[in-house]
Design a protein around this ligand. Sequence first.
Ligand SMILES: [Zn+2]
Length: 205
Amino acid sequence: MKQATRTTRAARTALTARKTAARATAGLAVIALTQALLAPTASANHGGSGVEPDNSGQYFQKYYLNSAANTASGHGKSQLERTDISTHWTTNWSDVRLRDWWGDEGNANVYGWARCEESNWWNGKCDKILVFFNEYTMSGKSAAKWRSLACHEIGHTGDLGHRGSGSNPYSADSNYNSCMQTYLNSSGWPQNLDNHDINAVNAGV
Ligand SMILES: [Zn+2]
């Protein structure tokens, strides 16, 4: 009985070795696909409405931003840079476009938002993300509040959802340290990601 078990195990080992050898010749594209499909989702234990990026190197394009949004974008990008996502500027819309908006109708009570504009066909993650800064509702707001908004919306591009009360599902932020608060104006306009946010991004990269 013991002999039989050893024989079976040896046979399995040999089979595994053959399969591994076959896989090694299958090409880099297949290996990359397998890893992507097995990757955990970043929104686990975070909730809200994040956009899952399709790679861990994100290129940001500024698109008709006013000077306040332009300056704040640098802060938001540097906050995402604290995670395992590397961030870069570009003049093309390859990953994330940060764009202006002037919403005095329909979006009058919204400071900004982020959405997936084009999904990656083979893994369902987001290839092209749009971030809107509402220059109408943000008109006259301080540079600090603009930094809070940029941190929040660019945080969404790292698949972060909302913190605090008011969105469902959400994860708590008892000390109001996270810029991912659902309502920035009633939570003191936090300007940075907190450790919970950073861990949530890194879990999905
Ligand atoms: Zn939001």
